[in-house]
Structure formats: structure tokens, C-alpha cells
Design a protein around this ligand. Structure first.
Ligand code: ADP
Ligand code: MG
Length: 340
């Protein structure tokens, strides 16, 4: 199983950023409202995540690190409308096969919890008592210590940190109702308080996005809000003047899940092209909400792709929402700054 896990790890664990993604998704699945991340040497030496979610019951602890063990799917019906971010039970087994992992967790407020460690294999030691508030702390050290070939593929600390920060940005944008913090080499890089999704406070509404993308993104973008039966889109679309400088800032979320999807990208590009003659530099933060039953996220292990039951309908909704908003801004009073 160790070899199988290491092979699987190649798919799930490419670099520290992919570990971060899996671990934060687990925290979100556990219902955490606060997630604190600490990194050393861009996550290679140390990647620690603490959450205040459900914790793991002591009897489930050995299973959590086992391959294909997931607590999130029990019936075929669950798979249909899967709402959790992880459901394959691969991440922890894969990560523990290529690093030294320590997990301390508690399911209640007694202050008592349990600890388990794994080092380059499924599990090294027995579960032992350890103090912990409700939630889970997961510490990963020495990523790829036992797979030197893979370690060689890691880039400079700076590049790996850029990837980590991008994963952090996406996940933090996906859930502004969850508080996040990120430390690197003991230095606080981001501290993001939780903001209710339905806040009416205009300043709060923009806060998370401004903290992560900068105030100029807010100043140079149009807020969008579009609703039809069973589908809803809201967020910000950047104006071309901003887009040119920030071509990589494209964030799309489907039901709170990070999505990079061809169909979605096409709809957005079309709208930009039609109205602004420049779809290449689209910049956006957009949230699509649809009935989970009409979207299939079980397409690819990294789960960035989705399959909509009626792709055409979703495409056209996104396209027309953006088209209306962008052309409305052109002919309306907002007069965006449109440089050639
Ligand atoms: P998956 O997320 O696909 O179920 P993982 O390998 O990521 O698989 O996690 C295995 C199991 O460990 C999860 O199903 C969950 O029960 C448990 N788990 C992992 N991380 C956490 C966490 N932070 N809080 C609570 N439970 C967790
Ligand atoms: Mg998971």
C-alpha cells in the first residue's frame, strides 16, 4: 500500500500548494469557521493547519489516514449531490506517504483530544491522548523526504510560495464567511476576518476581495448581480484597463467551489469580446450558485472542472448576465475608463 500511496500521491500531491488545497478543503468540509495556516520554507519544511471544525472521532482516526477512506460518502445518493469538497479519501493517505504527518484532533470542548502520527507510510504509531480544543491541527513536515526524485521537481521557495498564496487566495475568496490567516517564516502575511455572505454592509461586501486582490481591483471593476430561476451569479468583473495589468486574476466559484472550466471560460470570454473587443484579458471574481443536483463535480481528482447537466443553459446564463452588465455600463452612467 505504501507504493500505491506514493503513486497516488503523484496525482494529488504535486507540490506544497496542492497539499495546502487538500488540507484546507478538509477543514472546510469539517465546518470550520477559522483556519490558520503556518508555513516554513514555502511549506516544504513545515505546513501546519489548525481548524475549529468538527474534529475526528478517535475511532475514526486510523481510518482517516487510510486510502480510500472517506467519511463523506456513504451512499450513491451522496455522490449525486456531493456537497463536500473531498470525497475520494485519497488526500491524507497520499500526503502521509510522502511526508511526516501529525494529526491532533478533538470533537468536543473538553480540551482533550487524540494524536496520531504517520511517516512515509500509513501509520506509524498508536493513537495517543493529547490536549486540543474542538477541531483539528495537522502538521506536515519534510515534504518528499522519502521521494528525492519528486523533491527535485520543486522550484525555488519563492515560486512555491507564489503557488501557495494563489491556492490560499482562491480558497479564501471561495468562503468569505470563514476566517483565514497565513503565516510564512513566522511572519503574518494575511489575516482575514470572517464576513457573513449576506452582509448588507457595502464596505464589508468588498472587504475580502479588496484584501486579496487590492483596492484597485474594486475601483476598476463592475459589481454584478444576476438572478434567474434556479441559478444566480454575483461578483465583480474587471474593466479592461485593470485587466491588462492583471491578466491572471480569474476566479470562478460554483456553489462555493473553485472551478476552472472551459464552458465557463468560454461564456465569459464571449461576453467580453462582444462588448469590449478584448476577451483575452478578462479579470473577474464570480460566484455561481446552482442546485447541486444539476452540477457534477466528480469529473477530475483535482476537481477544478465541473459538468453541468445542461451546459448550454448555464453557458448562456453566464454569457447574457455579463453581456448585459458590461454593455449596460457602457451606455449607462457608469462610464468605465475604456482605454484603447
Ligand atoms: P476526503 O476528504 O476525500 O474524505 P481525505 O484523505 O482528505 O479524504 O480525508 C480523509 C478523512 O479524514 C475525511 O473523510 C474526514 O473524515 C477526515 N478529516 C480529514 N481532515 C479533517 C479535518 N480537518 N477535520 C475533520 N475531519 C477531517
Ligand atoms: Mg479531503
Amino acid at each position: 500500500p505504501r507504493l500505491a500511496n506514493q503513486i497516488a500521491a503523484g496525482e494529488v500531491v504535486e507540490r506544497p500548494a496542492s497539499v495546502l488545497k487538500e488540507l484546507v478543503e478538509n477543514c472546510l468540509d469539517a465546518g470550520a469557521t477559522q483556519i490558520d495556516i503556518e508555513l516554513e520554507d514555502a511549506g516544504v519544511k513545515l505546513l501546519k493547519i489548525r481548524d475549529n471544525g468538527s474534529g475526528i472521532a478517535v475511532e475514526d482516526l486510523p481510518l482517516a489516514l487510510a486510502r480510500h477512506a472517506t467519511s463523506k460518502i456513504t451512499t450513491l445518493d451522496d455522490l449525486e449531490g456531493v456537497a463536500s469538497l473531498g470525497f475520494r479519501g485519497e488526500a491524507l493517505a497520499s500526503i502521509s506517504s510522502v511526508s511526516r504527518l501529525e494529526l491532533v484532533t478533538s470533537t468536543d470542548e473538553s480540551g482533550k483530544g487524540w494524536r496520531v502520527v504517520a511517516e512515509g507510510r500509513e501509520m506509524q504509531s498508536q493513537v495517543s491522548p493529547a490536549p486540543h480544543p474542538r477541531g483539528t491541527s495537522l502538521t506536515m513536515r519534510d515534504l518528499f523526504f522519502n521521494t528525492p526524485a519528486r523533491r527535485k521537481f520543486l522550484r525555488t521557495e519563492r515560486t512555491e510560495f507564489t503557488h501557495l498564496e494563489e491556492v490560499f487566495r482562491r480558497l479564501a475568496l471561495s468562503r468569505q464567511d470563514v476566517a483565514f490567516s497565513l503565516k510564512h517564516q513566522g511572519k503574518l502575511i494575511h489575516q482575514l476576518p470572517a464576513i457573513p455572505f449576506d452582509t448588507e454592509d457595502q464596505r464589508l461586501k468588498y472587504r475580502r476581495v479588496a484584501q486579496l486582490l487590492g483596492k484597485d481591483f474594486i475601483e476598476q471593476s463592475l459589481p454584478i448581480e444576476s438572478v434567474a430561476t434556479g441559478i444566480q451569479l454575483h461578483g465583480w468583473v474587471g474593466l479592461p484597463v485593470y485587466a491588462r495589468a492583471q491578466a491572471d486574476r480569474q476566479y470562478f466559484f460554483v456553489n462555493g467551489r473553485v472551478v476552472k472550466d472551459k464552458l465557463v471560460a468560454h461564456a465569459i470570454r464571449q461576453a467580453y469580446q462582444d462588448v469590449l473587443y478584448g476577451g483575452r484579458h478578462a479579470v473577474f471574481v464570480l460566484y455561481l450558485e446552482v442546485d447541486p443536483k444539476i452540477v457534477d463535480v466528480n469529473v477530475h481528482p483535482t476537481k477544478h472542472e465541473v459538468r453541468f447537466r445542461d451546459g448550454r443553459w448555464v453557458h448562456d446564463f453566464i454569457f447574457s448576465s455579463l453581456h448585459r452588465r458590461l454593455s449596460g455600463a457602457l451606455i449607462g452612467s457608469e462610464k468605465p475608463n475604456l482605454e484603447p
